[in-house]
Design a protein around this ligand. Structure first.
Ligand code: SF4
Length: 412
């Protein structure tokens, strides 16, 4: 029998327009042939410019390629240019995105320095005003984007959906039978609100390439359904995120599940993982999770990956777990320098394995790997470099010696 090869399915490519989010010399292209971008948001009071600038820098250093800050009051709008100035002084040119709700039209009009210091405006069409005021207030924000040449994200969220539009669509679709139900109408309202707002902005003169859309919901299956619909009906760049994903493992897993399916289908040009930090957890954790999702899918590389086995009854010591953790932390901590000094190092693969069952095999698949001795095995740890057995480590300095070998490999 002739066997046919098992195909490797690469992520699909959706053709989207390309937006440019710019600050000074830094241009973050979103959509088109650009890599999927990572973004995050501060949780400081924007009025506290120093605290906010420090957190923006932390998020940027963790890998956030744009950082959103809330601009909710005149005081916050007044603080934005100062935050930008602080960042520039620190040598941090990450673009800032202003998050506007309810009063964005006034803030962008009355605080031109704020409008200039931001690189992108996030506009929520669900709360730009009601009735006759809606078009006018939305128009004022678009005018600011045109005047200052800024990108815009039209970000719909089902927690703040345009209620007039929803009521209208409910009414229009009340005669339809299954599968049309309240949920279907909600999906339709999210997609319609985003696309019709984008079209209105284009009619006002905003360059369509500078528009990014999002329709965030908090359920995994809902998000997949909505974004499939949204991506099929437009070619705007899309910002992807499971809103209010939650805390810890739940939020991480739900975000990874939803985003991975859509990204594999080519849907999503920029992502945010919205994690609620647990007490004591760093705000940067959501950036780490977003990076890991893209790296696990093979879409981007940020840090060398460390493959480690889970351990089992064949290895009773925790040496390999400690070594895996130690190597992983070391590689991550070195990346700000290594990224510049050793381009391509982020694609490196290291294996730290607990015994000879899968140890040598997995080590050979990595650039550099070690198989620590399991229970009953001779106290020797073969090291593999570029698929070949290079040496065997023995004694109680195995961890330190492997550390040095990894360092030498990177430098070489
Ligand atoms: Fe267990 Fe060895 Fe497999 Fe690790 S490599 S899980 S120690 S059998």
């Amino acid at each position: 029998n002739k066997l046919s090869p098992v195909p490797l399915v690469a992520p699909a490519a959706r053709k989207s327009r390309q937006a440019r989010v710019v600050w000074g010399d830094r241009v973050v292209a979103v959509g088109g042939d650009a890599p999927v971008r990572i973004q995050s948001m501060t949780n400081t009071d924007t009025v506290d410019a120093i605290e906010t600038a420090i957190q923006v820098k932390e998020l940027a250093q963790a890998g956030s390629e744009m950082v959103r800050i809330t601009v909710n009051t005149p005081e916050a709008a007044a603080a934005v240019p100062y935050i930008r100035e602080q960042l520039d002084r620190m040598g941090e040119n990450v673009p800032l995105v202003g998050d506007f709700h309810y009063n964005g039209h006034r803030l962008l009009t009355e605080f031109p320095d704020c409008a200039k210091a931001l690189s992108k405006y996030r506009i929520n069409p669900g709360n730009v005003g009601k009735g006759d005021k809606k078009d006018k207030q939305f128009g004022q924000m678009i005018e600011a984007a045109i005047q200052y040449d800024k990108a815009v994200r039209i970000g719909v969220n089902w927690g703040s959906l345009d209620q007039e539009l929803l009521a209208e669509l409910m009414d229009e679709n009340s005669h339809r039978s299954a599968p049309w139900d309240g949920r279907q109408v909600m999906y339709e309202a999210l997609i319609t609100s985003a696309i019709s707002s984008a079209q209105r902005a284009e009619q006002m003169g905003l360059d369509g390439n500078q528009i990014i859309l999002s329709c965030k919901v908090s359920g995994v299956q809902d998000l997949i359904a909505v974004y499939r619909g949204l991506s099929a009906r437009c070619d705007y760049a899309l910002h992807l995120g499971l809103t209010e994903a939650g805390m810890g493992t739940k939020g991480t897993v739900a975000s990874a599940a939803a985003l991975s399916i859509l990204l594999q289908e080519g849907i999503g040009d920029t992502i945010r993982v919205s994690l609620t930090p647990q007490p004591g957890e760093a705000r940067t954790q959501e950036v780490v999770v977003a990076s890991e999702i893209l790296q696990a899918l093979g879409m981007r590389s940020f840090v060398p990956s460390v493959t480690a086995c889970p351990g089992c009854g064949r290895t009773t010591s925790t040496t390999f777990q400690e070594l895996a953790k130690d190597i992983d932390e070391h590689l991550r901590s070195q990346m700000p320098v290594w990224r510049v000094k050793y381009p391509g190092v982020e694609k490196m693969k290291v294996a730290v394995m607990g015994c000879i069952v899968n140890g040598p095999g997995e080590s050979k698949h990595a650039d550099i790997g070690i198989s620590l001795p399991g229970t009953g095995e001779s106290p020797a740890a073969p090291v593999f470099i570029d698929g070949e057995k290079a040496m065997t480590l023995r004694g109680d300095r195995i961890a330190q010696e492997f550390h040095d070998i990894v360092q030498a490999y990177v430098e070489r």
